[in-house]
Write a protein that binds this ligand. Structure first.
Ligand code: ZN
Ligand code: ZN
Length: 297
């Protein structure tokens, strides 16, 4: 109790600095919910409780909707972003490509397969993202990946988990695989952003169902054997060449027949996740789906 009063007092005296624009704000004044202290299990339990209370399957007429994703973004980012930056989140919405998730320019009509997926079919079944890689989401991902703000792993992981619950029937996935980094990159950065996003999911699912889920997270099944130049700034063809043969399977027995969800931070051309899907399917995976935080449009 005393700690909470002290925290409220501290927040009133010392405003929080927005991670995106650097302006100061009092997050207690515009907070939407009472985000409890950061004790890991308590927080996972809060997230789990929310999904028990509010089932969020939101597809209508075969179209995907962003559902509660913008609300979850707002709610989980409140301690880190000023109200103005929080409002700069753009969800991915239908009509979009039913395969790769690309949002069509026209805001009319139903989801259908895009020209690019028809011309060069992807190895994965479907790809979905929480939001468009622009404005706030882009800035937040930069803070997380390049400025080492790993405190963003929890709110971003919650956002991604919301998208997972929105878009997938849990039964259709039994293995979650974060896209791996090359060992050299991992040492330089100190963490794998994709793994940090999903590392609490099994515990959240366990807390929400009261039993150990059938889904596992495995960071070791896929390895990045080839050092690749950053894909940023490369065109579509160059990205394909750059990423070719970059991955291999470290333990094939773990993926035989598995329904895999590949997780990454940003989907740009899809070259990286498509290459991962190719290797996983060749190694015996049943099917591969893709979920990313952001989608470049
Ligand atoms: Zn701001
Ligand atoms: Zn497509």
């Amino acid at each position: 109790m005393l700690i909470r009063i002290a925290k409220t007092f501290k927040q009133a005296l010392f405003p929080t600095r927005c991670l995106v624009c650097g302006s100061f704000f009092h997050f207690a004044q515009h907070k939407i919910c009472d985000l409890k202290p950061r004790a890991t299990d308590e927080n996972s339990s809060n997230i789990a409780q929310e999904f028990i209370e509010k089932p969020v399957l939101t597809s209508a007429q075969g179209n995907y909707c962003s559902g509660n994703i913008p609300k979850v973004f707002e709610k989980s980012m409140t301690p880190f972003l000023c109200p103005n930056c929080t409002s700069g989140f753009l969800p991915v919405e239908s009509p979009q490509c039913s395969r790769c998730g690309m949002m069509f320019k026209s805001r009319q009509g139903e989801d259908h397969v895009c020209g690019e997926c028809l011309d060069s079919p992807k190895r994965f079944r479907i790809a979905r993202s929480t939001g468009i890689y622009k404005y706030t989401l882009m800035a937040v991902i930069h803070c997380f990946k390049y400025k080492g703000k790993i405190q963003l792993a929890r709110p971003l992981g919650t956002l991604l988990f919301t998208a997972f619950i929105n878009f997938w029937d849990k039964m259709s996935i039994d293995l979650i695989v974060p896209v791996p980094l090359h060992i050299k990159k991992l040492r330089m950065r100190g963490f794998n952003p994709s793994f940090l996003l999903v590392k609490d999911w099994v515990r959240i699912l366990e807390l929400s169902s009261g039993r150990l889920p059938d889904i596992q997270v495995d960071i070791n099944v896929l390895a990045r054997k080839k050092w690749t130049e950053p894909q940023t700034g490369l065109g579509r063809k160059e990205r394909l060449v750059n990423i070719k043969n970059a991955f291999n399977i470290s333990d094939g027995s773990k993926i035989t027949g598995k329904k895999i969800l590949l997780v990454d931070d940003v989907y740009t051309t899809g070259a990286t996740v498509n290459e991962c899907a190719k290797v996983l399917l060749k190694g015996g995976a049943g099917h591969v789906d893709v979920l990313t935080l952001a989608r470049s449009m």
